[in-house]
Design a binder for this molecule. Structure first.
Ligand SMILES: Nc1ncnc2c1ncn2[C@@H]1O[C@H](COP(=O)(O)OP(=O)(O)OP(=O)(O)O)[C@@H](O)[C@H]1O
Ligand SMILES: Cc1ncc(COP(=O)(O)O)c(N)n1
Length: 275
């Protein structure tokens, strides 16, 4: 196909490692034309978030209406949906054409790496309602637990159970449950779809530059899926690329906290991968 057009619906991170900024860099690096609808401004650096300024839901809708009236979208990534009203608004667009026919990746962002809350607590129910609408959801360990209303998984068997429950009980079509928070020598993610549950494993990279890994992963899935033939294959390749980008993060010296991954990483850069 021609160069795919990818849309991110997410918040702004001025430090460039997460949010809209990370998504657009990832789209560009992985061969997609990037478009963006902004849900919130954050005042944020590699050390934390000092403030959030939410875009009114009606103006999120206006951005979407104006964009979609003119530009065809092949894949959409949803990130920080700051309030219940924004999540409901975005859900209405995701359920209808043209976005209903696009590949969609929902990263149910709740809390930043720094521990700062990015989404109102009362938005959780509205985000839960969106799960069946997305082609893939990409929760991390704490987000999966909040969505299911259970304690966070502490090991890979626990991740497998929760990934399947997100499908069978909450209606997600496909789940990439990210195991970055589990620790250990390997970074294990669990994939669940109608064909069953499988694990994607890479060596854990010893780095503090993990700001925006979740954002980067979900936008990479959206950029690559239109260029590849199936979802599990796209998820496997995306994780290889992310591991390399985490390894290459040492090439950058950005800020004093959790720095970003290196979005300049080539898709065929396998330095970070030990298959
Ligand atoms: N140190 C690491 N080495 C290799 N892979 C990692 C490392 N940390 C996280 N990952 C991978 O990065 C992706 C994001 O993982 P994580 O579970 O941390 O999600 P997140 O919490 O949304 O991200 P963030 O840390 O940006 O908040 C997953 O594929 C995970 O396996
Ligand atoms: C605007 C914005 N959106 C999302 C995140 C989550 O980032 P992470 O991938 O580090 O969890 C963030 N820190 N800022």
């Amino acid at each position: 196909m021609d160069r795919p057009v990818a849309l991110t619906i997410a918040g702004s991170d001025p430090s460039g490692g997460a949010g809209i900024q990370a998504d657009l860099k990832t789209f560009h690096q992985l061969g997609a034309y990037g478009t963006a609808v902004i849900t919130a401004l954050t005042a944020q650096n590699t050390q934390g978030v000092t403030g959030v300024h939410v875009v009114p839901a009606a103006f999120v809708a206006e951005q979407l209406e104006t964009l979609l009236a003119d530009v065809g979208i092949d894949a959409v990534k949803l990130g920080m949906l700051a309030t219940a009203e924004i999540a409901e608004t975005v859900g209405r667009f995701l359920a209808a054409e043209p976005l209903a026919s696009a590949y969609s990746v929902l990263d149910p962002v709740m809390v930043a790496t720094s521990g700062d809350r990015l989404v109102d607590e009362d938005a959780t129910d509205a985000i839960r309602e969106l799960l069946p609408l997305a082609s893939v959801i990409t929760p991390n360990v704490p987000e999966a637990a909040v969505l299911l209303g259970v304690e966070p998984a502490v090991d890979v068997p626990g991740l497998r159970v929760q990934a399947e429950r997100l499908r069978s009980e909450l209606g997600a079509q496909r789940v990439l449950l990210k195991g970055g928070h589990l620790g250990g020598e390997q970074a294990v993610d669990v994939w669940a779809d109608e064909d069953g549950v499988r694990e994607f494993t890479d060596e854990r990279v010893d780095t503090k530059n993990t700001h925006g890994t979740g954002c980067t992963l979900s936008s990479a899935l959206a950029a690559l899926r239109p260029q590849l033939s199936d979802w599990p294959g796209t998820a496997r390749i995306t994780k290889f690329w992310l591991t390399s980008a985490l390894t290459n993060g040492d090439r950058l010296e950005i800020g004093h906290g959790h720095g970003p991954v290196d979005h300049f990483t080539e898709l065929n850069d396998t330095r970070g991968t030990q298959p």
